[in-house]
Design a protein around this ligand. Sequence first.
Ligand SMILES: Cc1ncc(COP(=O)(O)O)c(C=O)c1O
Length: 425
Amino acid sequence: MLKKNDSNYYSMNDISLAELADKYQTPLYVYSADQIRKNIQHLQSVLAKYFDSYRIQYAVKANTNPHVLKIVKETGIGADCSSPLELRLAKQAGFPMDRSTYTGNYESPEDFKRAVESGVNLNLDDYHRITDLKEMGILPEFVSFRINPGIGRGGFEQIVTGGADAKFGFPYEETRKAYQTAIEAGVKRFGIHMMTGSNILEPFYFAEITQKIFTIIENSINDLGIELEFINIGGGLGVPYTKEEEALDLDQSFKMVSEVFKKNLPNLNIGNPEIALEPGRYLVANSGVLLSKVTHVKRSYRNYVGIDAGMSTLLRPAMYKAFHDVKMDGQEDFLSNEPSDHYRICGQICENSDIHPLDRSFNQPKAGDLMLIENAGAYGFTMSSNYNNRVRPAEILLDGSSEKVIRVRETEEDVLKNVPDFELK
Ligand SMILES: Cc1ncc(COP(=O)(O)O)c(C=O)c1O
């Protein structure tokens, strides 16, 4: 998606990133609408090849900017929401609510009320909540359950969301009890769901968890006389963040998943459920780059390149030790074995975790150099904060040759605007 000219300056959609950085200042998130469409169309074409019908629901949490949501919505897919505001934004963007899901966890009564009122499909993290919904008088006709199938996988320990250590879903041994409880309470229509981890690059895994959920269905609910409208195998489709990682082979992944469907469905008594997926990262990660300027280079026990996009702008490196590839604009990629050429990239936040993993080699970096942090379109801005009273960055959306500011940079006044009886001087 990034293009480099003969002088090693980068562009996106043929728009110079150095010019964008000059015009809008840094740190700056820049997204390509064209790349988002391309990612979605690729996933749609693979699913259409192997399934008669399918549901893709964009995990809004990956990038919630309303202008990004509009691009995603136009591709015809649904939304996967995890908070009332995500739901409100998805509805306003025009996502079809009957093809979208609300998957919360530890929901408040207000969360439930707003989810049910929106008409979205409600996916429950704990089947005991059926009783709460019934008591509130808002039990919907449709419910699906988030089953913890007892296994999980993910790019880091913190993004494994299935298995014994996960706070999500309920143990698969309780699946029968869950559906029985729902039937007795008056629920009429059903789905089933799991989400066991994020950033998975191994094609076999998706078939493995699909088989797992079919086994759970067969052993727990096949004789209950209910039809499942979908089997949702979650998100988790990974993207390569390092040069060594291979891109997920989608064709291979869904060929294997479809074989699991074909093998299991004819033997079951659950109707003809559609496959459902709720990817976030896969649809938007590689559409975004974070532009940041070097603020200072320090030679200490090791060399540090300080940049103006620390953990308050991009949290993933500090939170998960997540690796993001970087480029220095206008410089050739530099590989050196000399320790003096190796640097840790760090932000300006007063936390020792505000640091990118692994030394990178740079050729004489200096203050003012423009750094491009790749794969920043997912879980980038959405996880940003005002920690250390840093303002949140601007966001730009490129669409073909057009460029649009889709969020202006916060001001210091914005940060303080909700403090009563106070005016920033
Ligand atoms: C319930 C649920 N679905 C989908 C996703 C999206 O995951 P990914 O971005 O890995 O596709 C998440 C991510 O946390 C999630 O919690």
